[in-house]
Write a protein that binds this ligand. Structure first.
Ligand SMILES: Cc1cc2nc3c(=O)[nH]c(=O)nc-3n(C[C@H](O)[C@H](O)[C@H](O)COP(=O)(O)O)c2cc1C
Length: 353
């Protein structure tokens, strides 16, 4: 299953960077470009509804205190400027025009304040590793720079052993060679080129997470946790007061052996404490995927690689074309399924092959 604009992106980026973007883990048996997360959606079938009282779809969605034009967010990717001369900014402009929130990696070269100026609906994504003090300082700085929220990646946030890099490419070394710092090092005050080197241990526990979530809340920032695959993790997240749980295997970039978030959604939805929305990250390529995820319990979906591939291949115009295509497909499928919003669909309208 190939990404949109893949040939053009490969030509623009060269093979090494393109392979890093595809992100094949070292323990993968998959062919290059094969994506188990995207393939999982192909196993699901949707049952339309011919007779329905629902009016035309309105995809507007409330999530974690934010209003979005559709239940779709754009996901985090590191090293934006190696993919496009303007970095993430073309994506931020499109996302602002379309009313979709954007998750920005702390490993982004473009300063946070420039991105929030282009798009106030920008969440900062941080790795839950290293000292709690580092995260606390960055969360405070993010509030000052106008971020809309925080996404904390708890799953595999750092490498306890070296040599586990997706596609065998070291984005940190690449950024150092270009002399570029990233948001994490810009906001922690060090401004050192590359990405912040983070200790894997001690691991983050619920007490640390609770303190950071409380800090974010006190600054008016909702905090979501990314990398949830185990239903047993949901209750502690709710106890910590987080605003959302992002079901994700982080694109199977560190290991190909993680469970698929889509497969885990039913168990996660069954264990979900009231008031803790679930999001689905990974493999979302069409509006129909957003519908399927919604039927399995996701309040919204996050898409990353298609947007990144479009950015590398054709800049702002390609990003806008791809996102408009996804939203058009989502609108049409919602109407054909007989609902005004994906959240209003009947779970019986989903079948597995
Ligand atoms: C080049 C690249 C860099 C990424 N960097 C980050 C990152 O810094 N932080 C993070 O939480 N996820 C990162 N991801 C993972 C994505 O946010 C997302 O979880 C993953 O790609 C699965 O979604 P997709 O199938 O829509 O691409 C990165 C993905 C790519 C392709």
């Amino acid at each position: 299953m190939s990404l949109p604009f893949a040939a053009e992106a490969r030509a623009a980026l060269g093979p090494a960077l393109f392979d890093y973007m595809q992100g094949r883990a070292g323990d993968s048996h998959a062919a290059p470009g094969e994506d188990a997360n995207a393939a999982a959606f192909a196993r699901l079938r949707l049952i339309p509804r011919l007779f329905s009282e629902a009016g035309p779809p309105d995809l507007a969605t409330e999530l974690a205190g934010r209003r979005m034009a559709a239940p779709v967010m754009i996901g985090a990717f590191a090293g934006d400027r190696v993919f496009h001369a303007e970095g993430i900014l073309p994506v931020a402009r499109v996302a602002a025009r379309l009313g979709l929130d954007l998750v920005l990696s702390e490993e982004t070269v473009t300063p946070l304040a420039e991105v929030t100026a282009a798009h106030p609906g920008t969440w900062l994504q941080l790795r839950a590793a290293g000292s709690e003090d580092r995260i606390a300082r960055i969360v405070s700085a993010a509030a000052g720079a106008g971020a809309a929220g925080i996404v904390l990646t708890l799953m595999a946030p750092s490498h306890p052993r070296p040599g586990q890099r997706p596609g065998g490419f070291d984005i940190g070394a690449e950024l150092v060679s270009r002399g570029w710092s990233t948001i994490g090092t810009q906001l922690d005050g060090s401004h050192r080129p590359g990405v912040a080197p983070l200790e894997a241990f001690p691991r983050w526990d619920a007490a640390r997470l609770g303190r950071i979530a409380a800090l974010a809340r006190s600054l008016g920032l909702p905090l979501m946790v990314k990398g949830v695959l185990n239903p047993a993790d949901l209750a502690p997240l709710a106890d910590c007061g987080v605003a959302g749980a992002v079901a994700s295997n982080v694109g199977l970039r560190q290991s190909s052996r993680w469970a698929l978030a889509l497969d885990q959604l039913p168990a996660l939805a069954a264990a979900r404490p009231a008031g803790l929305p679930l999001l689905l990250d990974g493999g979302v390529r069409h509006g129909a995927d957003v519908i399927a995820a919604s039927l399995l319990g996701a309040a919204a979906c996050v898409a990353t690689r298609p947007v990144l591939c479009a950015l590398a291949a054709g800049g702002e115009a390609a990003v806008e074309a791809w996102l408009n295509g996804l939203l058009d497909n989502l609108y049409a499928m919602t109407a054909w399924m007989g609902a005004a919003h994906p959240a209003a669909l009947d779970p019986g309208q989903l079948l597995r092959d």
